[in-house]
Design a protein around this ligand. Structure first.
Ligand code: GLN
Length: 240
């Protein structure tokens, strides 16, 4: 069995350890005898038809200008079509914002998004920086946020979770992230998946399931991951 990971804009949208998410997806597949293949999808490069799981990292406003322009039209439509057909996706911060309808940075023109998630984002006056703990359908998740964008969900998007520590989507309504089909968007850098392996496995199973029907992944001993999770939560609560 093979797992194809589509890494969107690896050289432009990759901050605060985001690369770690791609490493975890590939490693947890390989530990189950599933052959991972990572396909980098840069500016001007089409969406390959065989991607099971997409990853889209964060980036500064400057990078988001070029990426937003690149996703306009056919490429964004191809990405949305892949998710509609069941492909899994994880997008973090700047990538998450560009999968909504629009991102309004501090300076410059509003950046159109592809509208995969029913949400909009506008830069606020304060930068939200710090550890985050949320309660979600995958249980307790922990990560790190660093964004000025304030994201508001529309009726077509359900939140990834409720904030327990940190600011989340907008620091007001208590929500963090968004989920649509097998696509997860969030503000959780760190990187997210090493400390929250349950989400990694959900993405792998969902992505593989697109081609071969429901997949039950063999269990892995996650001692280190769970220790890292617990210590990150403890630190988040202490520094809150
Ligand atoms: N530039 C965006 C913001 O400030 C995203 C930042 C990021 O990806 N960490 O909100």
């Amino acid at each position: 069995m093979r797992l194809t990971i589509g890494w969107l804009y690896p050289t432009k949208m990759n901050i605060y350890g985001d690369r770690g998410n791609v490493i975890v997806l590939a490693r947890r597949a390989r530990w189950r005898g599933i052959d991972p293949e990572v396909k980098a999808i840069g500016i001007g490069e089409p969406i390959p038809p065989d991607v099971d799981v997409f990853f889209f990292g964060g980036g500064q406003d400057q990078e988001q200008i070029a990426v937003s322009a690149d996703l306009r039209g056919a490429k964004g439509e191809a990405l949305k079509a892949a998710v509609e057909e069941g492909a899994a996706l994880l997008a973090v911060c700047g990538g998450y914002q560009l999968l909504g309808h629009e991102y309004r940075p501090h300076a410059g023109e509003p950046l159109p998004g592809i509208g995969l998630f029913d949400l909009t984002t506008a830069a606020g006056h304060e930068r939200f920086i710090g550890n985050v703990v949320i309660d979600s359908e995958w249980g307790e998740l922990v990560g790190f946020e660093n964004h000025s964008g304030l994201t508001y969900l529309g009726s077509g998007a359900r939140p990834l979770g409720r904030v327990r520590v940190g600011r989340g989507n907008n620091g007001k309504d208590g929500t963090e992230g968004a989920v649509y089909r097998h696509a997860i968007g969030c503000y959780l850098h760190g990187s997210l998946l090493p400390k929250n392996p349950v989400v990694a496995d959900w993405l792998i199973a969902a992505g593989l399931g697109r081609r071969s029907g429901p997949v039950a992944l063999s269990p892995i001993k996650d001692d280190m991951e769970l220790i890292a999770h617990a210590s990150a939560v403890e630190r988040a609560v202490k520094t809150h």
